[in-house]
Design a protein around this ligand. Structure first.
Ligand code: ASP
Length: 598
């Protein structure tokens, strides 16, 4: 079907185009019929421009509806001084229409996409059901453009550093990354299944054995795990791997790449964000000690402190008892917290209890003295030490948790972030990156009574720690690293095992017996017997990176076609039933769901 194609895009028009005749293609974002004149805000991907139609000349124009798809020609002219709109990039000019053509009409919309305020009240399910309309909103489109820019910049950075982009299969065997697999039935052998990859981990390592040396891929990963706001059943990583490298090489490359991509996007989109600076570096042990977690938000200081030694000498029975029972007493400073009411302090304590704390003790510091019901249990000497260890300042509140190191860490980490929020210290304009390195190789899984890989089973133990593999596996540190930004884990990677004997030992440590090693990972063990190069890599999450840039905590906002919690796609109505014939063809039968007892 012929139509007049655009000479310009809506968003590019400025005063220097005045006097030019242009043709635009786009959508009627908003239509205002003032009787003597009709204004249409015409929108395309690049932006919005005001178009003027004379109803005498175009009587049918008064019927134009929002989101009608149009081709329109006219002259660019300066707006009257009084009607210029400084909030719009094209606000100095407008188009005096000489002809237009409806390319396709639009039904009334399910939600008002031209009104961002009203859109805030529209439910997410309906937005996702009509995502193709939601995408037209400039605010949503901007996120798609940012995402595309992120990926383009990643490709160009890696292409210029000799990386090869290689695609790896989607239909494969299970690659464990700690989640459940999505399975695809195999028609030719009923009862057999492919697994969708939780990551291309094994393939990328096999590419290194294959001599590719430097690989990357914009990789879809599939993980069936509980759906939280920041999780989706399928998500995208920049997956990369390098041969003949040390940990330092991978860190330098990834840090350079992230700085280049993020600073580039900040400039391109004029984002109200500080440029990324070189990353701080923390070991896992330091991070746990200072921030209670392996993903600290470093936009603000407030390190945790340990007062176990002081508490043991105090007369406070609760602390003394906890310490006698093997717990420690650690705390965090709430700047200006001495002004909190009793009720507000109670709320903080309830917050801690939500995360498993038995209680929270506190002391305020005013006029150079500790105040609060437990102050009396600390002698002047102990109070002086408390002051020094905590770095308390006038007007602060010190919050204490007595628990095991790990349980206390978990509470204090959350409490520290909560304090950060309440004090306005988590500024969205600041991007505070750090590396967390030297993770433990394995952690004890109480429920299953076995060691689990902290990263994944292919992560290399530090050479010097291998001696603990039989005697004390929890002590082994791995050549494993995370990138953390503003309290979010943005990338994980490691130097890999490339010796078959060590890989087999680690599999055994993880409770994978020899027969299973052969049946599930025989290809890896075999490959490592044919001159594998030392290698390592990392995989930054693309969705997460765009979330940080776009200032959203909802991963669905940065995906073109996201799924709702639970993995349901209301637009395609997927997952869906399939025909009986397909069940038969695939050799599948539904097993009755066992009745729940009680
Ligand atoms: N496959 C890992 C992951 O998805 C990343 C890596 O080790 O490179 O977290």
């Amino acid at each position: 079907m012929a139509f007049v194609q655009r000479t310009h895009s809506c968003g590019e028009l400025r005063s220097e185009h005045a006097g030019k005749t242009v043709t635009l293609n786009g959508w009627a974002h908003r239509v205002r019929d003032l009787g003597g004149v009709i204004f249409v805000d015409l929108r395309d991907r690049s932006g919005i421009v005001q178009v003027v139609l004379d109803p005498q000349q175009f009587p049918a124009a008064s019927d134009l509806k929002s989101e009608t798809c149009l081709s329109l020609s006219g002259e660019v002219r300066m707006r009257d001084e009084s009607t210029r709109n400084t909030k719009m990039a094209t606000g100095e000019i407008e188009i005096k229409t000489s002809s237009y053509e409806v390319l396709s009409p639009s039904r009334p919309l399910p939600f008002p996409i031209s009104d961002e305020e009203q859109m805030k009240t529209v439910g997410e399910e309906i937005r996702i059901k009509y995502r193709y309309i939601d995408l037209r909103r400039p605010s949503v489109m901007q996120k798609m453009m940012m995402r595309s820019s992120v990926v383009r910049r990643m490709r160009s950075f890696l292409d210029s550093r000799d990386f090869l982009e290689v695609e790896t299969p989607m239909f494969t065997r299970s690659t464990p990354e700690g989640a459940r697999d999505y399975l695809v039935p195999y028609r030719l052998k009923p009862g057999q299944f492919y697994a969708l990859p939780q990551s291309p981990q094994q393939y990328k390592q096999l590419l290194m054995v294959g001599g590719i040396e430097r690989y990357y891929q914009i990789a879809k990963c599939f993980r069936d795990e509980s759906q939280r706001a920041d999780r989706q059943p399928e998500f995208t990583q920049l997956d990369l791997e390098m041969s003949f490298v040390t940990q330092e090489d991978v860190l330098n490359l990834a840090e350079g790449l992230l700085m280049d991509v993020i600073n580039g996007v900040i400039d391109e989109f004029g984002l109200d964000k500080e440029h990324v600076k070189p990353f701080r570096r923390l070991t896992y042990d330091e991070s746990m000690l200072l921030y209670g977690c392996d993903k600290p938000d470093l936009r603000f200081d407030l390190p945790l402190f340990d007062i176990s030694a002081i508490a043991a000498e105090s007369d406070f029975g609760v602390f003394k008892g906890a310490i006698a029972g093997g717990a420690c007493v650690r705390g965090v400073r709430f700047p200006g917290g001495s002004k909190l009411s009793r009720k507000e302090v109670g709320e903080l304590e309830s917050f801690c209890k939500e995360f498993g704390a038995k209680g929270m003790a506190s002391l305020s510091y005013e006029e150079g003295e500790f105040k609060g019901s437990i102050a009396k249990f600390f002698s002047p000497d102990l109070q002086a030490r408390l002051k020094e260890v905590s770095g308390v300042e006038e007007g602060d509140l010190l919050c204490f948790i007595a628990d095991t190191y790990m349980a206390g860490s978990n509470v204090l980490y959350r409490l520290r972030n909560e304090i950060g929020d309440r004090c306005g210290l988590r500024d969205p304009r600041v991007l505070s990156f750090c590396w967390v390195v030297d993770f433990p190789l394995v952690e004890w899984n109480e429920d299953e009574n076995r060691w689990d890989a902290v990263h994944h089973p292919f992560t290399g133990p530090k050479d010097e720690d291998l001696i603990y593999i039989d005697s004390d596996p929890g002590r082994i540190r791995a050549d494993c690293y995370d990138v953390v930004c503003n309290g979010l884990e943005l990338a994980s990677g490691s130097i890999r095992i490339h010796r078959p004997d060590i890989q087999a030992k680690v599999f055994s440590l993880l409770g994978i017996d020899e027969a299973t090693q052969r049946s599930r990972f025989g290809h890896m063990l075999d490959a490592f017997s044919f001159g594998p190069p030392p290698h390592g890599g990392i995989a930054p999450g693309i969705d997460r990176l765009v979330m940080i840039l776009a200032d959203t905590e909802n991963i669905r906002e940065v995906m073109a076609f996201p799924k709702l919690g639970g993995g349901y796609d209301p637009m395609m109505d997927a997952p869906s039933d399939v025909d009986e014939a397909q069940w038969v063809e695939l050799g599948l039968m539904m097993r009755p769901t066992p009745k729940k007892e009680g």
